[in-house]
Design a protein around this ligand. Structure first.
Ligand code: ZN
Length: 134
């Protein structure tokens, strides 16, 4: 699947956003090696810390369907923002553990801006289980 198609899926996922507080609908699409795509959208709560980001909802959905880190190929995130929509720090931490270090991450907006990176680049020196060993 081409990056543009994955970004289109992320744009489609924005329709499922529940974002009455930020009013920013964010969509994500996670591509697996077998071609399966899991979509996610941000789901907010009046108690803001309980809100869930689009990319984590896509990732957790894939995990709940039996997919594992090695199955993931690429992720696209998009929102109606001025710049390409980038993942928050919490998502970067989660993806550093559950998404391949060299997997493609496409951050986009609705005007066609796209920035491609990897979780290794987005979160260098991530907190990891190796760091917990004494
Ligand atoms: Zn996030």
């Amino acid at each position: 699947m081409k990056a543009e198609s994955l970004i289109e899926k992320a744009i489609e996922a924005r329709k499922l956003s529940y974002s009455p507080y930020s009013k920013i609908a964010i969509g994500a699409a996670l591509l697996c090696k077998d071609g399966q795509v899991f979509m996610g959208a941000n789901i907010e709560n009046v108690s803001h810390s309980l809100s869930m980001c689009a990319e984590r909802s896509a990732l957790y959905s894939a995990l709940m369907h039996g997919y594992k880190k090695a199955d993931f190929v690429a992720l696209a995130i998009t929102a109606d923002t001025q710049e390409a929509c980038t993942p928050c720090g919490a998502c970067r931490q989660v993806f550093s553990e559950l998404f391949p270090k060299e997997g493609d991450i496409y951050m986009a907006n609705l005007t066609g801006k796209v920035f491609k990176s990897t979780i290794g680049e987005l979160l260098p020196f991530a907190f990891s289980k190796e760091g917990l060993k004494s």
